[in-house]
Design a protein around this ligand. Sequence first.
Ligand SMILES: *[C@@H]1O[C@H](CO)[C@@H](O)[C@H](O)[C@H]1NC(C)=O
Length: 203
Amino acid sequence: MWMILTIISLLQVVTVHSLDNGLARTPPMGWLSWERFRCNIDCKNDPDNCISENLYMKMADLMVSEGFKDAGYQFVNIDDCWMARERDSKGRLQADPDRFPHGIKALADYIHSKGLKLGIYEDFGTETCGGYPGSEFYMQSDANSFAEWDVDMLKFDGCNSDPKDMDTGYPVMSQFLNLTGHKMVFSCEWPLYQVVTKQKNVD
Ligand SMILES: *[C@@H]1O[C@H](CO)[C@@H](O)[C@H](O)[C@H]1NC(C)=O
């Protein structure tokens, strides 16, 4: 995203500097669960392949034992379907209590103890692509949760939203992340969803 910001500011020939908080100076390298494990939440019948704290702990162990960490891979990233179906009584996100019984902070502590970093997933719209609570109307609360949990990267998806809102909304989330004072890489699905929508209109 920072590269995109830089390109935009060059195009506009204004003196806006991209955020310099020391993160993502080189492309972040790591592992993201989506491509292999998707939204498999069936821990009863498929305990080794379901989205759960055990899966991410196992991947962290493997990234160390198989040499990926030494090769420069740092991130273990959660994708969709980690959440409980509802926010808590204060409107805060919560991890699914059966699949993440110790919560995200404990998982982050484990990942950090291996010398790695933890990424998490949310969505800019009303719901994630998998139908879990989205960040619309809750962006600051969610940024604060991720900071409290010691998360190192946020993938912010674009399902169930109006792509027209993204030009203002994604930078707002960027501000909220910055305000937490906790450094997080912000991995945006903006402007991807705008491009895809445009192509759909053209077809
Ligand atoms: C917030 O943004 C400022 C620059 O605008 C930057 O210096 C600072 O490191 C950022 N803080 C975090 C936590 O990313």
